[in-house]
Ligand binder design. Sequence first.
Ligand code: FPP
Length: 255
Amino acid sequence: MFKKLRNKNRSETETNHSELDLHNIPEHIAIIMDGNGRWAKKRKMPRIKGHYEGMQTIKKITRAANDIGVKYLTLYAFSTENWSRPEQEVNYIMNLPVNFLKTFLPELIEKDVKVETIGFTDDLPASTLKAINHAKEKTAHNQGLKLIFAINYGGRAEIVDSVRRMFDDMQKQGYNSEDITESMMNQYLMTSQYPDPELLIRTSGEQRISNFLIWQISYSEFIFDQKLWPDFDEQELYDCIKIYQKRQRRFGGLL
Ligand code: FPP
């Protein structure tokens, strides 16, 4: 299940995707960006330095995904459970979208990337929300990669919220419980506009889902990559996609 760790020593310019089957690129890749804290700890640095480097990795991976034609990239940036971290760390993470967009929005616009979010964004600090909404407005008509930040997101909370809204609508419209279908449920999820991810990557070697897209990843391929998120790079993404391309997806059926 684990990808083998290799000793790689390469610069960004050495990466290439020539071994990828460009006709079999996952349309939607979801990533649990884990290991920022451990990356910093290994270097005797404060945890927030790991988050800062993690933000730089987001830039690299967005470029790389866009280059090979990925259509949706969903990144788990902050979970509904992450509020329990020390206040200083939470404040730092909440400021990262502001920093990220200040430095990267012009490139996102130029590359036709559309910024979107899933999660309970109304509960974010005003400055975070303002930066995100500004980026959404500026990229609203872009047609390329959808860069979707899951921020203040939790899969269980998403399902509860969706069921509540569905229940209210059903009551108003006189539906019965037998009328509920999977496709109806899909329409109420925060991801209703996106296909399910074909590939889910979690970095740092942890093998957990941590309440991420728990409905949507029912048939996704999972790759638990050993790299800590700040060390994850373009080539590692391409290597994950190569592994994905060798898998046989059966969706419960037979080949
Ligand atoms: C997990 O590592 C990472 C997070 C909880 C935060 C991830 C956030 C970013 C990379 C930046 C978000 C930026 C934007 C632009 C939205 P961890 O701290 O759990 O690492 P550890 O398991 O090694 O402690």
